[in-house]
Design a protein around this ligand. Structure first.
Ligand code: GLU
Ligand code: MG
Length: 466
């Protein structure tokens, strides 16, 4: 369980002693430096690194970094809001020692996610990790907790191809043994790295698109799940590089075809009991779990501004590609935006959860989880009714039938998603005004950055960014 306490100048009780001991231990294991990592509003993971000997100082006083990164775009240009985007000011990055791991794919390095606080020791309103932790902490006061996991899909390409083109590193068919054999050495190293890093892997398999693979990892509390998604990608990239490959986590490696998803699995628990199982509702859901799912479904058009935040996200969000582009839910329905996963008989109390599909890996995982959880909790507190379930592909529904069932197509462009987000006061409040404004400004900046580009160029612009 991730600590729910914010960092404080001088360190939380015990932090400095722990960091001092850790830095000695890390040095003994040949670790020279620690990567301090967070994800910006655009979804790019930004880092600072420190020598291992500075870990105790970082735990006490943080490491400086400008708040300007909150309004960076994926192409590294900067937009501004009323309070962010100025060259003024500084923040302190505080490593979360609970999540520090030695990176098996990058000998000599350890990694830790950070919280960002001001030089005055206050929460930085632009820190997505802090926002998510606050939402989880408030829910905990009402006896609620969550388990979350983010699936990761990525495409493996041949290294250093001229012009930033993607040339798949495999030729075998989707899900095939051929493809598994082709990348056997690399994926074995990957599994070894995850085992060494204490990352519980559920499965790793060749996926549908050219050179595509997928990994699922065990569920954790939401902050740790978001951290893990960052760590898993860092590890995949590093191990692939050692084998001479490049990897793309972009929503759309090409304009056409199946993209890379980052499906989000989530369950809500009350006093240690899974609300998605053993209830009187549909598929064993309790009334609260139904309303939690309904709250997410209801807000999905606005949520896409956070879960599918890149212009390239809308190249992926197409019907009949398992990306879930209609406001519909169904049990194990892979075209529904909200898929109800009951788990296998015998495992349901532990395993039942819901999956949100219109999420990709351009999304800042902290913001995505914060907003999806806020939407679900809002559904729960207002008793939002869950509409009728769908089966099959909602793209095939007769339009009048779809309208009668409330099945809507999700936004088909980033500006459309931003308009929905702008209207959604609940989601904006969940992020707080500073971060909500940053989301809007950054999305507008991304849209302007690709104005006039055709789809293939949009895909190329973001292919290597996330
Ligand atoms: N690649 C699909 C997506 O973009 C998901 C495939 C799957 O269900 O694993 O969401
Ligand atoms: Mg998949």
């Amino acid at each position: 369980m991730t600590t729910l306490a914010d960092p404080v100048p001088g360190g939380r009780p015990g932090d400095v002693e722990r960091a001092t001991a850790l830095s000695g231990e890390l040095s003994g294991r040949g670790v020279h430096g620690v990567v301090l990592s967070y994800v910006d509003t655009a979804g790019v993971c930004r880092v600072k690194t420190i020598p291992t000997a500075k870990l105790a100082s970082a735990a006490a006083w943080g490491v400086g970094m400008s708040p300007v990164f909150d309004t960076f775009l994926a192409n590294d240009s900067i937009v501004a809001t009323d309070v962010l985007g100025s060259p003024d000011g500084d923040l302190r990055l505080y490593p979360d020692l609970d999540q520090l791991v030695v990176l098996a794919g990058q000998p000599g390095w350890a990694w830790a996610p950070v919280d960002r606080i001001t030089q005055e020791g206050e929460r930085h309103p632009g820190c997505g990790r802090t926002v998510l932790r606050r939402i989880v902490a408030e829910a905990a006061e009402h006896g609620l907790s969550f388990k979350a996991a983010i699936e990761i899909e990525w495409a493996v390409g041949q290294g250093a191809v001229e012009g930033g083109e993607f040339v798949p590193a495999t030729t075998g068919p989707a899900y095939s043994a051929t493809r598994q054999v082709e990348l056997s050495a690399c994926t074995a190293d990957l599994l070894a790295a995850f085992a060494a890093q204490g990352v519980e892997v559920e499965q790793l398999h060749p996926e549908y698109a050219a050179g595509q693979f997928e990994i699922s990892v065990g569920a954790l509390d939401p902050v740790a799940a978001a951290d893990r998604s960052v760590l898993v990608r860092q590890t995949i990239r590093a191990v692939a590089a050692r084998h001479g490959y490049v990897v793309s986590f972009a929503p759309a490696v090409f304009a056409q075809g199946v993209g890379n998803g980052g499906h989000l699995h989530l369950s809500v628990w009350r006093d240690g009991v899974n609300l998605h199982s053993g209830g009187d509702g549909r598929h064993g859901m309790t009334a609260e779990a139904e309303s939690f799912a309904a709250g997410i479904l209801h807000r999905l058009p606005a949520l896409t501004a956070v879960t599918a935040p890149s212009p390239a996200s809308y190249l992926r969000l197409k019907p009949s590609q398992w990306a879930g582009v209609f406001t519909a839910w169904g049990r194990e329905t892979r075209e529904a935006a909200v898929r109800i996963v009951t788990g296998t008989a015998g495992l349901r109390e532990q395993a039942a959860n819901l999956e949100v599909k219109p999420v990709d890996l351009a999304a800042n995982p902290y913001l995505a989880l914060a907003c999806v959880i806020a939407a679900g909790l809002d559904g729960m507190s207002s008793g939002t009714p869950l509409p009728e379930e769908i089966t099959g592909d909602p793209a095939r529904l007769d339009p009048a039938d779809a309208a009668a069932r409330g099945v809507r197509r999700l936004p088909t462009s980033l500006p459309e998603a931003v308009e929905e987000f702008r209207k959604d006061e609940r989601l904006r409040a969940a992020l707080g005004p500073v971060l909500a404004d940053a989301v809007i400004a950054v999305r507008q900046g991304e849209s302007e950055a690709v104005a006039g580009l055709d789809d293939e160029r949009v895909a190329a612009a973001y292919r290597w960014k996330y």
